[in-house]
Design a protein around this ligand. Structure first.
Ligand code: BTN
Length: 242
């Protein structure tokens, strides 16, 4: 396994994307940094992580086997790989908050940012960025964020954890190759946070409404049942309040 370890970089996703056109990189190459100065999150947010305490890394997947209209399978596959890894450490009450936040006991412990390079209607390569809170203890102003150390009450070896994560990502790609997408879709929905429970959502115009999460469409939209109909929302169109 090719691992590029950097003492600091702005964003491991940026670093890997810049490297991609100029270097021959093995499948599942990893770029890892101890200090990410401008980590990026979903919806243009920032990913902030204390220096040296957590895992902030990106993995390269050449030509992921999914059609472009099922790019969301990457989110599913990576979310399940993180869950499977954390289950090994007995992390309690794991859930996936759509689209791909990993929660334990309602606290976010990991986030995923996937960036795909599409060429001629095919996914040419995927840069899978993962931020996992491992040994950081204090999250100022973020009451719904936690780390493995806070949850498990002991520090975790980051190298071992990284290794298990990569092995599990490779495992889930093999599950897809052997069994297709159905099994991944079903497993993802079994971990979907607040599925089949009434929840409150906020729209971009700041109004809120109550609905019930029923699942996720093939393209990754969240299906929410409202009073008279079920609607599918994309990431920018909806925020789950919890
Ligand atoms: C989110 O939950 O908003 C996604 C967070 C993704 C953070 C990771 S850290 C490594 C990689 N590099 C980045 O700039 N972002 C991802």
């Amino acid at each position: 396994m090719q691992i590029i370890k950097l003492s600091a970089t702005d964003s491991t996703n940026n670093y890997l994307k810049q490297l991609l056109p100029e270097t021959v990189l093995e499948d599942f190459s990893v770029v890892l940094t101890h200090h990410q100065t401008h980590g990026r999150g979903q919806r243009g947010s920032e990913w902030i992580s204390d220096k040296g305490k957590n895992l902030t890394f990106s993995i390269l997947k050449h030509k992921p086997p999914f059609p472009t209209n099922r790019q969301f399978l990457l989110s599913i596959l990576v979310s399940l790989s993180i869950i499977k890894t954390l289950e090994h450490y007995n992390v309690p009450n794991l859930a996936i908050k759509w689209p791909n936040d990993i929660l334990s006991d309602h606290h976010k412990i990991a986030g995923i940012l996937i960036e795909n390079l599409i060429k001629s209607q095919q996914i040419e390569s995927s840069v899978i960025g993962i931020g996992l809170n491992v040994n950081q203890e204090i999250f100022n102003g973020l009451p719904k964020v936690s780390s493995l150390k806070n949850i498990l009450g002991m520090p975790i070896d980051k190298d071992e954890l990284l290794h298990k994560l990569i092995v599990n990502i490779q495992y889930y790609f093999s599950v897809y190759e052997k069994n297709g997408e159905g099994i991944l879709d079903t497993e993802y929905e079994s971990y979907l946070f607040r599925k089949d429970k009434p929840s409150t959502f906020k729209l971009p115009d700041q109004t809120s409404f109550t609905g019930i999460i029923r699942g996720v469409t093939d393209s990754g939209k969240l299906q929410v049942q409202m009073e008279d109909s079920t609607k599918a929302f994309d990431l920018k169109a909806l925020k789950l309040l919890y």
